[in-house]
Design a protein around this ligand. Structure first.
Ligand SMILES: *Cc1c(COP(=O)(O)O)cnc(C)c1O
Length: 368
């Protein structure tokens, strides 16, 4: 039985091989007589799962030794509060507004620190990125926040900003929830990166935080203990019970990622090449069609989330019904922007994008 192709923005499709492995280990993990959900997080079985997952994530994304990898809960939205609680030190922080998610981060941080807007592409309806040279960063800013892939607006930073080159010593904070592990990360430009797992790493409930050691240990007095990076790091993410099953599933995804190949490339480099090819196929078709359009500037289009519109919006329902009948699921756009959205994360094979493009072409022909 072949499964449908699932274009959900998140929680999103998982690699089928990972789901099958998890199913086969559900009742008895490696002869332990226990399922992973039933294990103590302090037992040797789970500790081995945790250590392998952390080591694999570090290897896949080449995370340098001076960064800690924390497995937390609360998702990207909780980090919007946890980051200022840990990094703001009672001062100000700057935000680059490039879509819904960075706007949310800015609003939430305002409850915990002085949040400033360094730049915004709101005037372009978030179809462009503001040039880094135009950012107005405060002299005493404690950190600068960007969302490197805007899941709703389909805007991606293909390069992280080099704050030092802008004369700014503050650390860069990156929300990479919706493209983590789809491409490499230039850690020399990053102070902290966070992401919920449910787009590209595993099930909802796990949040991965990668934080440079010198940024740990400065939490405000009223920061909840479970959200104090120092306590979380000192306890190897086990200050409180971590999301054990989510860590296990993400660990299986990391193993799957390590086994991926594209020519000479492996792991995240292989994924980056495959993701680029998938995105090019879809964008090239959309750009060449009379019926569909993507409105994002070409130099900042997301390789993960592709929003598009039917020029005749009265055809939206028919489009979605026809897609579903072909086994192409969850293509409806986010309610705040309407239209359609195809999320083509790591777990979406090239065959899924090819099937989508075939459907787009066939549907356009029936409209002629
Ligand atoms: C999905 C998403 C979030 C929110 O994650 P939650 O787990 O719902 O808190 C934050 N930022 C980005 C970029 C996202 O795509």
């Amino acid at each position: 039985m072949t499964r449908p192709f699932n274009f959900s923005a998140g929680p999103a499709a998982m690699p089928e091989a990972v789901l099958q492995q998890a199913a086969s280990e559900m009742l008895d993990w490696h002869g332990s007589g226990m399922g992973v959900m039933e294990m103590s997080h302090r037992g040797k079985e789970f500790i081995s799962i945790y250590e392998q997952a952390e080591a694999d994530f570090r290897e896949l994304l080449a995370v340098p030794v001076q960064f800690k990898i924390l497995f937390m809960q609360g998702g990207g939205l909780a980090e919007n509060a946890i980051v200022p609680l840990n990094l703001s030190r009672g001062g100000a922080a700057d935000f680059v507004l490039t879509g819904s998610w960075s706007e949310k981060s800015f609003k939430e941080a305002g409850k915990f620190c002085q949040a400033h807007v360094a730049a915004s592409s709101h005037a372009s309806q978030f179809t462009q990125l503001p040039a880094a040279s135009s950012w107005q960063i405060g002299k005493d800013s404690r950190y600068v926040h960007v969302c490197s892939n805007e899941t709703i607006h389909g805007v991606e930073m293909h390069q992280l900003p080099d704050l030092k080159a802008l004369g700014c010593e503050a650390p860069l904070v990156v929300d990479f929830s919706s493209h983590v592990a789809s491409r490499s990360v230039d850690w020399s430009r990053v102070g902290l990166a966070f992401g919920g797992a449910q787009k590209n790493l595993g099930p909802a409930g796990l949040t991965v935080v990668v934080v440079r050691e010198d940024l740990i240990g400065h939490a405000l007095a009223h920061c909840p203990s479970a959200f104090d990076y120092k306590l979380v790091a000192q306890n190897d993410s086990m200050y409180n019970t971590p999301p054990t099953y989510g860590i296990y599933m993400a660990g299986l995804v990391f193993q799957w990622l390590k086994a991926q190949r594209e020519g000479e490339l492996t792991g995240v480099a292989a994924m980056a090449q495959r993701n680029l090819a998938k995105a090019e196929l879809l964008y090239n078709f959309l750009d060449g069609s009379q019926l569909y359009e993507n409105r994002v500037a070409k130099d900042c289009r997301s390789r993960m989330n592709v929003p598009f519109y039917l020029r005749d919006e009265s055809r939206n329902e028919a489009f979605l019904a026809g897609a579903k009948a072909r086994g192409l699921l969850q293509l409806k756009g986010h309610k705040s922007v309407g239209g359609m959205r195809a999320s083509i994360y790591n777990a979406m094979p090239m065959a899924g994008v090819q099937a989508l493009v075939q459907y787009l072409r066939d549907f356009e022909q029936t409209q002629a």
